[in-house]
Design a protein around this ligand. Structure first.
Ligand SMILES: *Cc1c(COP(=O)(O)O)cnc(C)c1O
Length: 392
């Protein structure tokens, strides 16, 4: 294979070399337990605390408001379950969210529903953006929590976070946002955006896998998800993942400092692809044309199967995604694409491309060049395409 293009940065990113260099000492000589009192341990402790400052600085938060976790999924579970259980003690058991959240949110909400919580999932319309008026209409006396993602992981659309946060603050509703796809792509400030709780994950911005953080605004009660030792202010037990945490701190610092540069590169790439790939007949861009993170695009090509498209792109050295986690081998179309009103047969033919600052305009040109003949070939073989053409 003469060419390799990684275009699946929304799934995970390559660990940056400089981040790895900063982690290495904590995987080797500096192996002390951050909770031990001797010198070796205190070096780990210092490293953890300075990473906490880095994460706080990246978000406009205070170090005391940052809790390290094993990633985005844990942070989502923790924030939502904590808010729900604390709400329930006051008789508030209603939660507002959206139809196109990540499964770490949706499946947590399903779990809570089995325990008697009521959940309203807001529509995200054909442009993949929640409407603030509909959010206001969904609020009830017993609403304890709103959890709305900052940017969607499949179609990249940005949500009116600051406005929703402001309303929640006025109504005394806790406001959590899954910002896993936003960090490093758009500026995020927990104060300006009126956020009470925020989830993030290091491996989505060139940090290591298996480490993330939950921001919890000062004064908000937090219930333990993981019980045991007194780590993370007594709120999250378990020996600190020192190397991972150091990696998170370094990666988030680089990521927020690099937003402008990354935006320049990825928006050029995406504009080229949108302009040229959409020349293919019966293709479309999914989600709002401008309210989006710059590096993620999701397109549909009618009459083809996303899975076949991915295999053929892979054969040409291009790593992309259909947008949905089809790891289970299920052929169900993505819940995100269904939520924006795409019919099943169109949602099946989806392609998500997500770029980082390591991609180039040349990558975009190569992808489009490959895309034309592949879509043609798949359509020639497709009975569905035959039908679409007959119906005009
Ligand atoms: C990747 C992702 C997660 C899960 O994060 P992990 O660290 O992999 O657990 C949650 N939410 C969104 C929006 C994501 O993109």
């Amino acid at each position: 294979m003469d060419r390799f293009i990684y275009a699946d940065n929304a799934a995970t990113t390559k660990l940056s070399k400089s981040v790895l260099d900063k982690m290495m000492p904590y995987l080797t000589e500096e192996y002390g337990n951050a909770s031990s009192l001797y010198n070796l341990g205190s070096k780990s402790k210092q490293a953890v605390e300075s990473a906490r400052e880095q994460v706080a600085n990246a978000l406009g938060a205070k170090p005391r408001e940052i809790y390290f976790t094993s990633g985005g999924s844990e942070a989502d579970n923790w924030a939502i379950k904590s808010a729900a259980y604390i709400g329930a003690k006051k008789g508030k058991k209603h939660i507002i969210s959206t139809k196109f959240e990540h499964h770490a949110v949706l499946h947590t909400l399903e779990y809570l529903k089995k325990q008697g919580f009521e959940v309203t999932l807001l529509d995200v319309h054909s442009d993949g953006v929640v409407r603030v008026e509909e959010f206001i209409d969904a609020i009830r006396e017993d609403t304890c929590l709103a959890t709305i993602m900052y940017a969607n992981n499949e179609i990249g659309t940005l949500q009116p976070i600051a406005e929703i946060g402001k309303i929640c603050r006025e109504k005394g509703i806790l406001f959590h946002t899954d910002a896993v796809q936003a960090i490093g792509n758009v500026p995020v400030n927990v104060v300006d955006d009126n956020i009470d709780m925020l989830s993030l994950s290091a491996h989505k911005f060139h940090g290591p896998k298996g480490v993330g953080a939950l921001y919890v605004r000062r004064g908000i009660l937090l219930d333990n998800l993981i019980h045991g030792g007194a780590q993370e202010f007594g709120r999250r037990a378990g020996t600190e993942n020192t190397a991972g945490i150091v990696g998170l701190g370094a990666a988030i610092t680089d990521a927020v400092n690099n937003i402008e540069n990354k935006t320049k590169i990825t928006s050029e790439i995406c504009s080229y692809i949108i302009e040229n790939a959409l020349k293919i007949e019966r293709s479309r861009l999914n989600g709002h044309p401008t309210k989006r993170i710059p590096g993620t695009i999701n397109m549909c090509f009618e009459g083809i199967e996303g899975e076949s498209l991915l295999l053929m792109l892979d054969f040409k050295g291009i790593s992309a995604s259909s947008g949905s986690a089809c790891t289970s081998g299920s052929l169900d179309p993505s819940h995100v694409l269904l939520s924006i009103g795409l019919p099943h047969e169109i949602a099946h033919g989806s392609l998500r491309l997500s770029f980082s600052e390591e991609n180039t305009l040349d990558d975009a040109k190569y992808i489009v060049e490959q895309l034309y003949p592949i879509v043609d070939r798949l359509r020639v073989m497709s009975p569905l395409w035959e039908k679409i053409k007959q119906n005009g």
